[in-house]
Design a binder for this molecule. Structure first.
Ligand code: ZN
Length: 474
């Protein structure tokens, strides 16, 4: 059985050779269509670029439940200095394996979600008898989920969907948050600076992190902090920029301000001390250094409305199941832009957050653009997770059911076919979306075994709950 790991890693190695940043999945899709056909499936690309494969049932098992296995083809491509010449459009990922982990040399690994694909390819080649199955490899999970959103619902016709895109092998994910992608903007007027000294202010050292994973931890947002500093400084604002993406809590923000104040450093230090006493942010630094006098600053009115919008927008936890993140702020030409992302688990949460953002925009004189929401996904009672929990126990593992505050493509699948029983599982992938991304090798075989046993129980018995009970007695 220990060739499971070897065979899965062989599949993964082939995938890692093919560059696959989000929205550039043509090459990997071509490869996978070929690979699936060579395994004996009928495979093709749909109209949005997803790979679909139909697997005919073993004769006699045509009436068994239809099972869909799904993963995404794209990956977040980031690199460290170790591989500063990395070009995600053309370069392969170089793998390195030690006793415990598989990682990449100087880049993200793409176990998220190349391992999902590799495991599905392994299962197709190693399963015994099975009913009708479908495989879906989506595009663009990491940026816009346009593959899942654009998938024709006829491909979701079935009984069970197993998404292999979670990051902890000990968890069975049965729900996730929905989200709104919101852009706010305001045209600004420039004027000449009137005050005497220019400073560059940097807020750094905040914890940051993925807004779907750590928003509940007692930390703060660098854009909010910068707005408070600007408010206290009694200054003019020449520039402001902070944050990396809508779904990342900003850990840094920079601004150039002009002020008559003689105690800029003192005000910055005081603000940092205040943050430290309210939040678990021991490493925050707010530093001001003298800089060249800029030739223009935003008007007083625009500065006031900037402070208003930063103040009015709810940031952090709203309640136990609703949150929001001010992700980015920047000035491009004559416009200030903010990206804002609320997450929610209920329709009520979605509408509250949408209304609050619209009201914050109206009160501060900002235009607001709310994109089509990603729905929340939640399975009240999930027969698949119960089955997998039981199989896990039989295999000597205690699996935990979990509803995550991040987003998964399962949201779109459950919206398109509410009858589907859906679960999300995966190998243990650590520090994803970073050059430190690594796969815990010991998590591969248990994940494959869990899936194989789940499939065989579903394939062999109509009333599989009874079967599990009898298996437990063996
Ligand atoms: Zn993923």
């Amino acid at each position: 059985m220990n060739n499971i790991l070897t065979e899965v890693l062989n599949e993964f190695e082939q995938i890692a050779r093919i560059p696959r940043p989000s929205k550039h999945e043509d090459k990997i899709a071509n490869y996978l269509v070929g690979r699936l056909i060579s395994i004996g499936a009928e495979a093709f690309c749909d109209s949005v670029g997803n790979v679909i494969a139909e697997i005919e049932p073993t004769p006699g098992l045509e009436d068994k439940p239809v099972i869909i296995m799904q993963a995404h083809m794209d990956m977040v491509c980031v690199n460290s200095n170790e591989r500063s010449d990395y070009n995600p459009m053309t370069d392969e990922i170089n793998l390195i394996k030690d006793e415990h982990y598989l990682r990449a040399v100087g880049t993200s690994l793409g176990a998220d979600d190349g391992m999902g694909i590799a495991i599905i390819l392994y299962i197709l080649q190693n399963q015994q008898e099975h009913g009708r199955q479908r495989v879906i490899f989506t595009v663009d999970e990491e940026v816009g989920m346009s593959g899942a959103a654009g998938l024709d619902k006829k491909y979701l016709d079935g009984n069970y969907l197993i998404n292999i895109d979670s990051e902890n092998a000990d968890e069975l994910v049965i729900g996730c948050a929905g989200s709104l992608k919101i852009e706010l903007s305001r045209n600004i007027e420039w004027t000449k600076p009137e005050l005497k000294s220019a400073y560059k202010i940097n807020v750094t050292g905040l914890k940051g992190g993925h807004s779907g994973e750590v928003i509940h931890i007692k930390h703060t947002n660098a854009i909010k902090v910068m707005a408070q500093v600007i408010e206290q400084l009694n200054c003019e604002v020449a520039s402001i920029s902070g944050g990396r993406a809508m779904n990342v809590i900003p850990s840094e923000c920079e601004a150039v301000i002009i002020t008559d104040s003689d105690n800029v450093n003192e005000i910055c230090d005081k603000a940092a001390t205040a943050i430290k006493s309210h939040y678990d942010e021991p490493n925050i630094k707010i530093k001001a250094v003298s800089t060249d006098m800029p030739n223009k600053v935003i008007s007083d009115k625009d500065k006031d409305s900037l402070l208003d919008v930063a103040g009015f927008l709810m940031d952090g936890l709203y309640d136990d199941e609703t949150s929001a993140n001010i992700g980015t702020i920047q000035i491009i030409e004559d416009k200030i832009h903010l990206q804002y992302m609320p997450r929610f688990h209920t329709k009520h949460g979605q509408s509250v957050m949408g209304h609050m953002a619209a009201e914050a925009a109206r009160r501060s004189g900002y235009d607001i653009n709310i994109h089509k929401p990603s729905p929340a996904w939640h399975s009240e009672s999930n027969s698949l997770s119960q089955l997998m929990t039981d199989i896990g126990l039989k295999q000597g593992r205690q699996l935990t059911e979990r509803i995550i505050h991040g987003g998964l493509e399962c949201s779109f699948f459950s919206q398109k076919n509410p009858e589907l029983t859906i679960i999300s599982i995966g190998t243990t992938n650590i520090d994803i979306h970073s050059p430190k991304e690594r796969l815990l090798l010991s998590s591969v075989e248990p994940t494959v075994n869990l899936l194989m046993e789940t499939l065989s129980v579903i394939n062999n018995v109509n009333d599989y709950t009874t079967k599990v009970v009898s298996l437990g007695e063996n």
